[in-house]
Unconditional design. Structure first.
Length: 218
């Protein structure tokens, strides 16, 4: 018997696309070029957040004179040159879970900290844009994950109470945000494994989107 819910709100990076890893590869490559040490740890702390929060984390890690804006711009150019026009790898089971939700009359929203135009372009290039009833992005809210604002706005736009919505997230900040907003978080780990905090905040932790489809349909 299917779980009792009205909607699913998806994160994008690390859930729908294997983009967290793709971005990290660009950052690591540039770190080697500019002799920046130990970039992986602060990068992982940035997963799920918007550009402003990422900037704050990086300046805290490397000091106020760290040329974040130039570094992020160069990493962005490298990323888009490699992965635009439909070349960004999609996670296994994406189309299957979106089709399952549509076939069962569930609302589908996206809550991504990435800026809107990038989100729309990537979803369109992957051929899945039309599955989503609403798209909420980091430039539409003042507070980034781990604050719940982006999830609450997504629920408001699809006219679903947060308690009636699942949130699919891979990052610690995303799970924290969904939990704070009273959604029902499901963690599908990507770069960061689950830990005791995540297992306490999430309704369940599953290894892939195929397992999520099975969980929701059970």
């Amino acid at each position: 018997m299917m779980k009792d819910f009205d909607a699913v709100v998806f994160d994008m990076d690390g859930v729908i696309f294997d983009s967290e890893r793709a971005v990290m590869d660009c950052w690591i490559e540039l770190a080697k070029k500019y002799d920046i040490k130990d970039i992986e740890e602060p990068y992982l702390a940035c997963t799920g957040t918007n550009d402003a929060k990422t900037r704050e984390i990086m300046l805290d890690a490397y000091g106020e004179d760290f040329p974040y804006d130039e570094y992020a711009k160069e990493a962005s150019v490298m990323y888009h040159e490699r992965y635009d026009s439909g070349r960004l790898p999609m996670k296994p089971g994406v189309k299957e879970i979106l089709t399952f939700l549509k076939d069962n009359g569930k609302k589908i929203a996206l809550a991504s900290s990435t800026r809107r135009q990038t989100v729309v372009n990537q979803l369109r290039d992957a051929g899945i844009l039309d599955f989503f009833d609403e798209i909420v992005t980091g430039d539409m809210v003042s507070r980034s994950k781990p604050e719940p604002d982006i999830f609450l706005l997504a629920c408001e736009k699809i006219k679903v109470e947060p308690e009636r919505a699942y949130a699919i997230e891979d990052s610690y900040n995303g799970i924290r945000a969904a939990s704070a907003g009273k959604l029902r978080p499901i963690m599908v780990p990507d770069l960061l494994p689950s830990n005791e905090e995540m297992e306490g905040l999430a309704e369940t932790v599953l290894s892939n989107l195929g397992d999520v489809t099975g969980y929701l349909g059970a």
